[in-house]
Design a protein around this ligand. Structure first.
Ligand SMILES: *[C@@H]1O[C@H](CO)[C@@H](O)[C@H](O)[C@H]1NC(C)=O
Ligand SMILES: *[C@@H]1O[C@H](CO)[C@@H](O)[C@H](O)[C@H]1NC(C)=O
Length: 186
């Protein structure tokens, strides 16, 4: 009996791992993905996030076409002490909707997938961050407006749960006054 339960446990675990596969939006259209997005929610298993996730505020992301078909990404945050901007180049990959970049600031490698989007309302973006042996995930819910339909918030949570995260890993952000960046982070 015990062996059977164990065997079932192992099968379920394997199934979960397969479930943890990260899909990419079918027929991803980069042009429609460009423009401004609000980060209305995030979820992660990383310590930097879990320690102070309730202190994070809603930020803004601007996606613009870069060199060589890459994506120029600008993150704007309203922080204590001012409005800050950080620029990234998300390198395109062979797979549409999947990008890679190295962050000098955090010295990590990032594998980013646009899991699902309808372009004019929401985009669910999953990043895998690797720094040495440490691998963490960051799931972002992007919205064209500062608010998001509750069905889509629910979908975001469901996705996080399917990735093995739980309620404690998830944070939705309150509406935040927008700001004009005055300083660069790097
Ligand atoms: C994209 O970003 C890079 C690095 O910040 C910058 O050098 C480049 O000019 C940008 N490209 C466009 C088309 O804005
Ligand atoms: C991104 O692409 C540029 C060339 O377009 C290349 O020099 C750079 O190494 C790439 N970075 C990553 C992290 O793939």
């Amino acid at each position: 009996m015990r062996a059977t339960v164990l065997a079932i446990g192992v099968i379920v675990l394997c199934a979960l791992t397969v479930h943890g596969d990260i899909p990419v939006q079918k027929n991803f259209d980069l042009n429609q993905f460009l423009g401004k997005w609000y980060v209305v929610g995030m979820a992660s298993d990383a310590q930097w996030f879990l320690g102070r996730k309730d202190k994070f505020k809603m930020s803004t992301i601007i996606m613009a076409p870069g060199e060589d078909g890459h994506l120029n990404v600008t993150l704007i945050k309203n922080k204590v002490g001012g409005c800050w901007q950080m620029d990234f180049v998300y390198n395109k990959t062979d797979q549409e909707g999947r990008f890679k970049y190295h962050s000098k600031r955090w010295n990590n490698d990032n594998d980013v997938r646009v899991v699902e989007t309808n372009y004019d309302e929401f985009a669910l973006v999953h990043s895998i961050k690797t720094k040495g042996d440490e691998v963490t995930m960051l799931v972002k819910m992007l919205s064209r407006g500062q608010e998001l339909r509750s069905e889509l918030v629910k979908e975001f949570r469901q996705y996080c749960f399917a990735q093995g995260l739980n309620e404690d890993n998830i944070q939705m952000f309150p509406k935040e006054e927008e700001c004009q960046p005055s300083r660069n982070w790097i």
